[in-house]
Design a protein around this ligand. Structure first.
Ligand SMILES: Cc1ncc(C[n+]2csc(CCOP(=O)(O)OP(=O)(O)O)c2C)c(N)n1
Ligand SMILES: [Mg+2]
Length: 567
């Protein structure tokens, strides 16, 4: 018998190793680069196995941070992000980020420790039913109860997490199983081709397209995955069909493209909704209902709809497509492109021109002037000019998300990350860490409110320790601003939303990073420029005047779509 590192042995031609070592081999086999997590007694074996592998374990300051890092890493790379927590409280802390991956369609594999298998059937220390707890927020999850199933469990966890539509999977590892020995190999991942479109569905869709006068595309989250954006851009260029994106579909078609009518997402009649209302045919591409409910754009249920997605449409009163092209989204668009080229199908690009001009003019109207109080859209205007097309902005959830969705033009897929499925506060700071790990050469900015920042601000220490350089922007209105905005729109008053805050710049400095708090427009521009271009970890606190929120509500309440003369 010959001893190998970390308690693996050769026995007559077989390699015998601990299950925890085999798990790490399986993770390497899936090309995992990072595991984000918080250690626990019950994950000790796995942590030591990780230590002697090519994978970097990144200790975070809260499991929620770890899950959000895995979530954003998965979304940006298409490869499952991996997070690790111990049993009981570690597992419960992991839930929000995993749920976020579930509703945002981000590939994530969550791993939790568990007590020994001889105490799982009875009341015992920190023992809760983790597998059942994860059930509603995962595509699949299980407990490894037998070493022999390890390679299958891990391959399946990755396969299902990364398969369209992506999402979260989970497995738990009881501590006694982690120590057991086995002599198995990982199962190598195989590429699986996604389904091709059904020709009858394509034919029917083309028929609708030929009969339409004002067709319009709604590009969702699925339009930026698996090369769909490349084919969508070709389709738009050829046919001149305009595109409205959801917040998570931003960048599917560049907002510089004259066919882009920017994004919808506010629960109000925003300008882009006017084009949707005028359209006589809606083509949805990778549209997730979890993100933007169809009653906001198909209230009368009178739209003719072509649904193009990896999966069939949800049964939903306000969303009953006339034809569903259920297959690989890129393949569907490729097929449609062949036909529209051959049959020369295209539309007059003038009908939505005045609307696009109006939206661009509206963006410009928020530019800050000397002496103005800082507003979120005014600050975004400055940030956009400091960012290159491929740089990355991660949004947290709050009034700032609404403005980023609406007023931050995007030119490349996956260059803005917005959680709009679960829409959980606290994603942006850990998301910034993941973004920088996935794309070390890009400028990364994480934008959040004072509320969301203090939900996960402890991860500044993680970011600093592992050397990720990005800019944390805290838009401070001393308030759960979005909730105040909504309450005021509904009732004219607010309750439970006022906050007080620490001195954010000094708080940042206590972590050993640079903190800025600009008070004039000149300082704001100079501080943002210095912080973003330095690509060093820093924090910019920006005091925010929220009155533009209420003005926007009024503006949109009196939005007269007739003004745009769609002809
Ligand atoms: C984890 C979580 N808790 C609560 C909410 C509900 N919620 C949505 S926005 C918001 C306020 C956000 O406040 P802040 O981070 O300061 O951003 P602001 O709206 O002020 O820009 C709240 C409480 C949520 N989306 N996620
Ligand atoms: Mg706030």
């Amino acid at each position: 018998m010959h001893k190998l590192v970390n308690s693996s042995y050769f026995i007559i031609g077989y390699i015998v190793m601990k299950v925890s070592n085999l798990i790490v081999k399986c993770l390497e086999n899936e090309d995992v680069k990072y595991v984000f997590g918080v250690p626990g007694e019950e994950t000790e074996d796995l942590l030591f196995s990780l230590e002697s592998s090519s994978i970097k374990f990144i200790p975070t300051r809260h499991e929620s941070g770890a899950a959000f890092m895995a979530d954003v890493y998965g979304r940006l790379t298409g490869k499952a992000g991996v997070c690790l927590a111990t049993l009981g409280p570690g597992a419960t802390n992991l839930l929000t980020g995993v749920a976020d991956a579930h509703l945002d369609k981000s590939p994530v594999v969550a791993i939790t420790g568990q007590g020994s298998s001889d105490r799982m059937h009875k009341e015992s220390h920190q023992n809760i039913d983790i597998v059942n707890m994860f059930k509603p927020i995962t595509k699949w999850n299980t407990s490894i109860q037998n070493p022999q199933v390890t390679p299958e469990v891990i391959r399946k966890a990755f396969k299902l997490a990364e398969m369209e539509k992506p999402g979260a999977t989970h497995f738990e590892l009881p501590e006694d199983i982690a120590k057991k020995e086995c002599n198995l190999d990982p199962i190598p991942p195989q590429k699986v081709r996604r389904a091709a479109p059904d020709y009858k569905a394509i034919e029917r869709a083309v028929g609708f397209l030929k009969n339409a006068t004002f067709p319009l595309i709604i590009a969702g989250n699925g339009a930026i995955r698996k090369m769909a954006s490349k084919h969508l851009r070709k389709f738009v260029e050829k046919t001149h069909v305009p595109v409205v994106s959801t917040f998570m579909g931003k960048g599917a078609v560049s907002d510089k493209d004259p066919h882009s009518l920017f994004a919808v997402g506010l629960q109000a009649r925003d300008f882009a909704v006017c084009a949707v209302e005028r359209a006589d045919l809606i083509i949805t591409v990778g549209y997730d209902i979890a993100e933007y409910a169809p009653e906001y754009w198909n209230h009368e249920r009178d739209k003719k709809i072509i649904h193009i997605d990896f999966t069939s449409a949800e049964v939903y009163n306000y969303y009953q497509p006339d034809v569903e092209i259920v297959c690989d989204v890129s393949a569907a668009l490729w097929n449609l492109n062949e036909i529209v080229q051959k049959e020369n199908i295209s539309f007059d690009p003038n009908w939505f021109k005045s609307l696009r001009e109006h939206i661009i003019g509206d963006f410009e109207s928020y530019r800050l002037k000397d002496g103005d109080k800082f507003t979120i859209p005014g600050v975004l205007h400055i940030i956009r000019r400091l960012m290159h097309p491929g740089d990355l902005l991660i949004s947290d959830v709050g009034s700032h998300k609404m403005w980023i969705g609406r007023n931050y033009p995007v030119y490349e897929p996956n260059s803005v990350i917005i959680s709009n499925g679960l829409a959980s506060m606290g994603i942006a700071l850990p998301g910034g860490i993941a973004a920088k790990l996935a794309h070390p050469n890009r400028q990364v900015v994480a934008v959040m409110g004072d509320g969301g920042f203090l939900m996960n601000s402890q991860e500044i220490e993680t970011a600093k320790r592992i050397g990720t350089g990005f800019t944390i922007i805290v838009l401070n209105d001393n308030n759960y601003g979005l909730i105040s905005w909504k309450q005021t729109s509904h009732t004219g008053r607010t309750t439970g939303t006022a906050l007080t805050n620490p001195d954010f710049a000094r708080y940042a400095e206590s972590f050993g990073i640079r903190g800025y708090c600009p008070l004039t427009l000149e300082e704001l521009k100079a501080n943002l420029s210095e912080a973003i271009s330095s690509q060093e970890l820093s924090l910019v606190e920006i005091p925010i005047q929220p009155s533009v929120n209420y003005e926007l509500t009024e503006k949109l309440n009196s939005n007269q779509c007739e003004l745009f003369k769609f002809e």
